[in-house]
Design a protein around this ligand. Structure first.
Ligand code: FAD
Ligand code: PHB
Length: 381
């Protein structure tokens, strides 16, 4: 279920093992391919994409980053990812990952149906679950061994599990991110996460000629209220004088708003339905973990399914949820921590002083920097 990165990647990995898959997607292929989202890949994610045989363009065009910067009180502090962990991250947009996966699936001749409607899951706890859906005006039914619920936070898979069988943990933050994509060369070499008095801002990029920038904004803000000019003026102020003076502007290619949320539904299995990616969990984007976590879930699910087909045993299927959740909760912790330290929160002076203390400690302590770096480049799969 779902042709996001999780569904497409699982399909590709299973195709290489000779397992037949069918992908059902609610949106059009064009919509899925054009959706602008994440941009930072952990080395473990790159490894899984290599195993899936879809890393050719990523290796040629992805940008290797050995550090990130954190701005606070007018100064920038570098976290030396490579020096502290031996690992780097790769800047390569989710749109590119999706395009590579879609092309590989088309080349493999594996079936995907886009713009399907009224998807329903049946007999999930039986040995032969079924999915019904409408496509191009007619109703269809598929039966299968397993359903992989990779249909994102608003998908049908998680909602098909009885409420009593799921435990939900959630935290909603009192702000969102406004993101802009624009064709100008980035005047920063590495990503800058800035905690400014005016609110958080992130300077990211997609290529040597394209920037992706974000501003913390109010949940009441609407994209239409922010002209390009207002966005860039505010971005300059939050980035500080040195970077602010060098920022070039261009009309936005895309502008979107995303509320920030932490969310985990567990376990990730109900009968023959397995949840992976945003269908099961959401992290606030401050740790750059959403896409990476979808890929690690898929890696574990792929191994569980290989165990089932290879050894005719249910053991690996039974272990999937616990294996994936261990890593999910660590990424939840890190994403919450980054969000907590880098944004401006309404609240009392005690919280504000703790945030300041935490950041000052981070800038002075190699151990604290190593902790951030280890989590940012991704814990082992
Ligand atoms: P998705 O990419 O959501 O894919 C799920 C797919 O299922 C979608 O194509 C959807 O159309 C389809 N679907 C839904 N319902 C159905 C149905 N009933 N039937 C069939 N198909 C269905 N992460 C970052 O690290 N950095 C970011 O800047 C960032 N920005 C984001 C902005 C937004 C607006 C969102 C929603 C997420 C963002 N993320 C970001 C998170 C990251 O993009 C996700 O974690 C990642 O896309 C998860 O992949 P996925 O395949 O699990 O889910
Ligand atoms: C992005 O480039 O879109 C991006 C990078 C890092 C983040 C979030 C988003 O933490």
């Amino acid at each position: 279920m779902g042709a996001g990165p999780a569904g497409l990647l699982l399909g590709q990995l299973l195709h290489k093992e000779g397992v037949d898959t069918l992908i059902l997607e609610r949106r059009s292929a064009q919509y899925v391919a054009g959706r602008v989202r994440a941009g930072v890949l952990e080395p473990g994610t790159v490894g899984v994409l290599e195993r899936a045989g879809v890393a050719g363009r990523l290796r040629a065009e992805g940008l290797t980053h050995d550090g990130v910067e954190i701005g606070f009180r007018g100064r920038r502090h570098r976290i030396a990812l490579k020096a502290l962990t031996g690992k780097s991250v790769t800047v390569y947009g989710q749109t590119e990952v999706t395009r590579d996966l879609m092309e590989a699936r088309a080349a493999a001749g594996a079936p995907s149906f886009y713009e399907v409607e009224d998807v329903q899951l049946h007999e999930i706890t039986g040995a032969r679950p079924r999915v019904t859906y409408r496509h191009a005006g007619s109703t269809h039914e598929v039966d299968c061994d397993f359903i992989a619920g990779c249909d994102g936070f608003h998908g049908v898979s998680r909602r098909s599990i009885p409420a009593a069988a799921l435990s939900i943990c959630e935290r909603v933050y009192p702000f969102g991110w406004l993101g802009v994509l624009a064709d100008v060369p980035p005047p920063w070499e590495e990503l800058i996460y800035a905690n400014s008095e005016r609110g958080f801002a992130l300077a990211s990029l997609r290529s040597p000629t394209r920037v992706r920038c974000y501003l913390q904004c109010s949940l009441e803000d609407r994209v239409e209220q922010w002209s390009d000019g207002q966005f860039w003026d505010e971005f300059r102020l939050r980035m500080g004088e040195e970077i602010g003076a060098r920022v070039q502007t261009a009309p936005s290619l895309e502008k979107s708003f995303a509320p920030l949320r932490s969310f985990v539904a567990e376990p990730l299995r109900y009968g023959r339905l397995f949840l992976a990616g945003d269908a099961a969990h959401i992290v606030p984007p401050t740790g750059a973990k959403g896409l990476n976590l979808a890929v690690s879930d898929v890696h574990y699910l792929y191994e569980a399914l290989c165990g089932f087909y290879g050894e005719a045993s249910e053991r690996s299927l039974a272990e999937y949820s616990d294996r994936a959740l261990r890593r999910i909760w660590r990424a939840e912790r890190f994403s919450w921590w980054m969000t907590r330290q880098l944004h401006r929160f309404p609240g009392d002076e005690f919280d504000a002083r703790l945030q300041q203390t935490e950041l000052e400690y981070l800038f002075e302590s190699q151990t604290a920097q190593a902790n951030l770096a280890e989590n940012y480049v991704g814990l082992p799969l």
